[in-house]
Design a protein around this ligand. Structure first.
Ligand code: AMP
Length: 218
């Protein structure tokens, strides 16, 4: 299974990628998570990325492409992968195509998650994340058992700096301008499938599994 999850910030790509990776035994590559790790560990790459991320802007293509190529060539991707949040620009998509071609492969499918703009803003502004294990919760739709505390590792939950309202607006604008052209890009390559991502996580997962099961090796 070699798939890309595409869609505006807040459509639930990360949550679904986590579940699909568990269910189908494939690797999840989330560029947002990789970059947040680099920021937390204060690596040179993390220091470069932080300013862009806090403002809701995209990190330069060369930085992100390098990160993804390193992961794709690793052992964890042998059974396949889900790319969550990559590619986000046409040059990233082109580089991904080239990297896969070198290995004699290509993408099986690109899933375009669709949710209304109001839902996206509601999901992002109420999202709370665990800085340690990256689990995400929502103040209304997916509450943690104890308010403000991670169910998995008991760490205090935080609001991501880019989930504040000003950054959300910038991220949605960046999506419209730089990422949404990928819908057409993959449509032209006959790879795009739209999945309705509104409603409960389980219901979305059900719809998604139906689309993805033909690409599962087992
Ligand atoms: P996400 O968790 O996918 O919403 O990503 C959080 C932030 O990381 C984005 O707002 C960007 O600043 C950065 N980022 C993640 N993926 C990419 C990408 N493919 N290209 C450029 N920047 C990215």
């Amino acid at each position: 299974m070699r798939v890309v999850f595409l869609g505006a910030p807040g459509v639930g790509k990360g949550t679904q990628a986590e579940r699909v990776a568990d269910q189908f035994g494939v690797a999840k590559i989330s560029t947002g998570d990789l970059l947040r790790d680099a920021v937390r560990n204060q690596t040179p790459l993390g220091r470069e990325a932080k300013n862009y991320m806090d403002q809701g802007k995209l990190v330069p293509d060369a930085v992100v492409i390098g990160l993804v190529n390193e992961k794709l060539s690793g052992q964890s991707c042998e059974n396949g992968f889900i790319l969550d949040g990559f590619p986000r620009t046409v040059p990233q998509a082109e580089e991904l195509g080239k990297a896969l071609k070198v290995n004699g492969s290509g993408l099986d499918r690109v899933i375009n998650f669709q949710v209304s703009r109001e839902d996206v803003v509601r999901r992002l502004s109420g999202r709370r994340s665990c800085p340690k294990c990256q689990s995400t919760f929502h103040v209304d739709f997916a509450k943690s058992k104890v308010e403000g505390v991670c169910d998995r590792c008991s760490e205090s939950l935080v609001q991501r700096s880019d989930d504040r309202r000003e950054a959300i607006e910038m991220r949605l604008q960046v999506y419209d301008e730089q990422t949404s052209p990928l819908v057409r890009y993959y449509e032209e390559r006959k790879l795009l499938t739209i999945v309705d991502a509104s409603g409960a996580v389980d219901a979305v997962f059900e719809r998604l599994s139906q689309v993805l099961s033909p690409y599962c090796a087992q």
